[in-house]
Design a protein around this ligand. Structure first.
Ligand code: SF4
Ligand code: SF4
Length: 181
């Protein structure tokens, strides 16, 4: 089967863990920006970036919420970088059932970084703007990518979420999101 390609802007946030000092301003602004109505509240538990903090070991790792996954890992990795050992799951972006982060605290629905999509678009995502020490850097580049997922792939993903959380919660979250726009 011939796969169609198209041009797409790839948005990237580079994370420099050596510069991060764990202030959590990024979590605060992300949750406020996504509150409904905007800026009406802030709760880092609703943030789509979470900072893994272990001050005694000088470990601060900002991690962005990625895809939802219904399955927990059966094997996990540990990394040692510059003499620091990082916990299992430290760099993982998945919203999964083995931990509390990247899940909306009221509904339990998965959260995912949307790069602060808004109309008009922001020059830079809010977390990048609020990181005053430059641990987060925003970049854009153009790439050729395969066409978007077929509708049936999207349906399979939705079905997996519905099996876990129930359609009621998903529809309530969709209603909240559409109000926000
Ligand atoms: S705002 Fe910057 S320095 Fe503060 S926790 Fe987030 S990434 Fe780290
Ligand atoms: S880019 Fe926007 S949505 Fe993503 S973590 Fe940063 S503030 Fe939150």
């Amino acid at each position: 089967m011939k796969v169609e390609k198209k041009k797409k802007i790839i948005k990237t946030i580079k994370v420099d863990v050596d510069k991060c000092h764990g202030c959590r301003a990024c979590e605060v602004i992300c949750s406020a920006f996504h509150a409904v109505p905007k800026y009406s509240s802030n709760n880092p538990a609703r943030s789509r970036i979470r900072v893994l903090r272990d001050p005694l070991r000088d470990i601060y790792v900002p991690v962005y919420a990625g895809e939802y996954t219904a399955a927990e890992c059966t094997g996990r990795d540990k990394y040692t970088i510059d003499g620091k050992e990082y916990d299992e799951c430290a760099f993982c972006r998945a919203s999964c059932s083995s931990r509390d982060i990247f899940r909306e605290p009221d509904s339990g629905l998965p959260l995912k970084c949307d790069m602060c999509e808004s109309d008009p678009p922001l020059a830079e995502p809010m977390c990048v703007q609020w990181c005053l020490v430059g641990a987060l850097t925003y970049e854009e580049r153009e790439e050729e990518v395969e066409e978007e997922a077929a509708p049936e792939e999207v349906e399979t993903g939705l079905e997996a979420m519905a099996n876990k959380h129930g359609w009621q919660k998903i529809l309530a979250a969709a209603a909240r999101m559409s109000k926000k726009r």
